[in-house]
Design a protein around this ligand. Structure first.
Ligand SMILES: Cc1cc2nc3c(=O)[nH]c(=O)nc-3n(C[C@H](O)[C@H](O)[C@H](O)COP(=O)(O)OP(=O)(O)OC[C@H]3O[C@@H](n4cnc5c(N)ncnc54)[C@H](O)[C@@H]3O)c2cc1C
Length: 379
């Protein structure tokens, strides 16, 4: 069986690895000429780590990142609203969150694949579906494949080729991300922080010995741009009331490496597959990043899709099973992440969230997180 994946991001590479693990060959076609360093960090939560362990890459990811014992939501002076137990962000296997540089994660995934599996500089153009094959037009090539997997991100062209155009939802917020060259004080070494000021947020964590990943989120209109000559002073001005550590983190970041991203998600698709074409990752269900689960959900897709394919070669049934196994959690993440983002940027919303945090016992929080961290073991 020939399987073709479009997109060499986290979802595409993990899907290729999961298929390899199950015993299927596949090829990944990636538009970029190089898998460029993405200058930010990422938090991998226990559900993603379970899949990475299954792929035998978990140890490498932990070794190259920083394990966080806890994630604290704090005020702008970095004082926690509630000190939750470390158990809350831990699964039944004692997996905790790992913070890692995105480029490092991407490199680990890429290096675990056979050399000729990922074809760079190969842009997907269009497809034609026939009775039992898909003809795929990539660059100036035509490829005949049994199954096409669209892992080409939130603006997926594969998705647009099989469904009528879907729309992105802009959240009204923009996120700036960067890597600062500093070593955090001991008290923050093993903690992910998200601090809330007046309708703005700033989060950070150590990702390696002298590197700190940070994100700053503010309400904005769409299509804004930055000027690297003054972005540092603009951000420092926005966060001037925050703890001095926050200002130091911004200061220790190379201005031209700061990434600006508008925060959007994807309106819920009725289906993620049609005939022999299926979507995974952001192409199917891009979420706002407020739960730190977007890539984690793409990684879970890879695991479920490969396992269902191994069990059953009848595509329609397999792809239906894949989708129904994944829908509930994905919807939960997308909807809650959207709500969380809205509340974190409103005065009333922040008050409500703080009250919920204070009143919810750790045991209940842990139960909620356990659901998020669970993955199906038997297929
Ligand atoms: C501010 C922010 C913070 C985040 N933090 C976290 C976090 O802490 N934890 C977490 O789990 N998630 C996080 N996420 C979400 C995460 O980044 C995404 O969910 C994840 O990167 C999506 O991976 P993907 O492979 O589905 O898509 P993408 O990363 O978008 O990859 C798609 C790939 O397809 C390629 N491509 C596109 N079009 C074509 C084409 N026509 N032909 C060939 N190739 C093509 C692209 O070049 C790209 O390489 C965050 C997101 C944001 C915006």
């Amino acid at each position: 069986m020939k399987i073709t994946i479009i997109g060499g991001g986290i979802a595409g590479l993990t899907t290729a690895l999961a298929l390899k693990k199950i015993g299927f060959d596949c090829e990944v076609y990636e538009r970029a000429k190089q898998l460029n360093e993405v200058g930010a960090g990422i938090w991998m939560q226990p559900n993603a780590l379970k899949v990475l362990d299954w792929l035998e890459l978990g140890a490498l990811v932990r070794e190259n990142g920083t394990t966080l014992n806890r994630v604290d939501i704090t005020n702008d002076k970095l004082i926690s609203f509630k000190k939750t137990s470390n158990e809350v962000v831990q699964d039944e296997r004692r997996n905790k969150i790992v913070a890692i540089h995105r480029a490092t994660l991407q490199r680990i995934l890429l290096d675990a694949l056979p050399k000729n599996c990922v074809r760079l500089g190969s842009e997907f153009k269009s497809l034609e579906i026939s009775e039992n094959k898909v003809k795929v037009f990539v660059g100036d090539r035509e490829i005949l494949t049994d199954l096409l997997i669209g892992a080409d991100g939130i603006n997926s062209k594969v998705r647009d080729s099989i469904f009528s155009r879907t729309s992105k939802r802009f959240s009204g917020q923009t996120c700036w991300r960067g890597i600062a060259d500093i070593h955090l004080p001991d008290e923050f070494q093993k903690t992910g922080i998200e601090s809330w000021g007046k309708k703005i947020r700033f989060g950070f964590s150590q990702i390696s010995e002298n590197k700190v990943y940070w994100f700053a989120v503010m309400k904005t209109s769409q299509n804004g741009t930055d000027d690297s000559t003054n972005i540092t002073s603009k951000l420092k001005n926005s966060y001037k009331d925050f703890h001095p550590l926050v200002l130091n983190i911004i200061n220790q970041t190379q201005a031209d490496k700061i990434i600006r991203s508008e925060i959007s998600d994807l309106k819920r698709l009725d289906k993620w597959h049609k005939d022999r074409v299926v979507l995974v990752g952001d192409a199917a269900h891009a979420t706002t990043p407020n739960m730190g689960q977007g890539a984690g959900q793409g990684i879970e897709d890879a695991y479920y899709l490969a396992n269902f394919l191994a069990k059953n070669h009848r595509f329609e049934k397999t792809l239906d099973s894949f989708e129904s196994a994944r829908r509930e959690k994905v919807d939960y993440v997308v909807n809650n992440s959207w709500r969380f983002g809205k509340m974190a940027h409103s005065d009333l919303g922040q008050l409500i969230m703080k009250a919920i945090m204070k009143l919810t016992p750790d045991k209940v929080m842990k139960q909620q997180m356990s659901k998020l961290y669970a993955i199906q073991e038997q297929f």
